[in-house]
Design a binder for this molecule. Sequence first.
Ligand SMILES: NC(=O)c1ccc[n+]([C@@H]2O[C@H](COP(=O)([O-])OP(=O)(O)OC[C@H]3O[C@@H](n4cnc5c(N)ncnc54)[C@H](OP(=O)(O)O)[C@@H]3O)[C@@H](O)[C@H]2O)c1
Length: 308
Amino acid sequence: MSRVLVTGALGLLGLKIARLFAQDPGHEVLATFNSPKENWTFDPPAGVLNIADFGAVTALLSDFKPEVVINCAAYSKVDQAESERAAAYQVNAEAVGFLAQQVKRNGSFLVHFSTDYIFDGKAGPYSEEARPNPLGYYAKTKYWGEEKVVRVGCRHLVVRTNVLFGIHEEASKPNFFMWLVGELSAARPVKIVSDQYNNPTLADNLAALVKEAVEKKLEGVLNLAGKTYLSRYDFAMRIARFFNYDHELIDPVDTASLKQPAPRPLLGGVRTEKAQAVLKSSIFSVEESLSFLKKNYESFFAAHPRPN
Ligand SMILES: NC(=O)c1ccc[n+]([C@@H]2O[C@H](COP(=O)([O-])OP(=O)(O)OC[C@H]3O[C@@H](n4cnc5c(N)ncnc54)[C@H](OP(=O)(O)O)[C@@H]3O)[C@@H](O)[C@H]2O)c1
């Protein structure tokens, strides 16, 4: 039996990870989230933990004594981070450094998540050895978070991933997939960038890959992401076609035309050869991911029919 603490467990990835580990009687899971939610019934057991509250982090770690800490908490608002720099730095860098120190002190193991945004997008998809060059402030804070984990020197696995998607109806912010399905099922036209390339990652698949990596006690940096490398526009078109929405609602646009506050890496994404060589769990293609969602979330699609 290993005790596993999951932070940020109300986020897309945190929820999938907490629930997957909790289904396994070999793990005792404590899921924590930033702010309490009314009428929320959570399985596994849950509590509140703001990872930037160092007193609370210290107290919880010495109370629960986790062997593994999986940090899914993040300041993840890419554009807002440009104007909310202190908040982004506090959660993505400073708090991660403190968590790493406590994990080292307790002799436990830290799993932390990073992003392809630590690269400049000139030559993606990127291997674990590629040289980071983050463009925007969110990206910089994520890179500093990685650096802090390595510098503190706790036992760790830094997982780099990209374009997480999935179905999580209690999430505080919709991911790309849920947003797109919402728009297409309401027959609203959308503009999607056709010059940003990544390998979108089903959060449920990532959770399974992370679980195997933790159980295999893998350490260092590991890229875990989807199998299909494509533009965001192509991803949207595949979603529309797969679920029989009207793909003519989707128009391609250039990233530059959106004038977003944070710059985006264009050729992003991460290479997953290393993970494929060491993990048994399969890395899903886009089609496998969409099939998984169709099979496992029937009520979501029933609530989002193709409009007449
Ligand atoms: N989503 C992507 O496409 C993507 C791509 C690459 C890497 N990643 C990385 O993967 C990880 C998981 O991402 P995600 O998409 O699951 O993010 P998410 O859905 O935005 O979830 C992040 C969670 O962290 C919580 N949080 C924020 N500040 C916190 C704090 N101070 N203490 C505790 N919890 C806090 C948020 O809660 P509140 O909402 O209540 O603040 C939210 O529930 C992150 O490290 C992210 O950077 C994500």
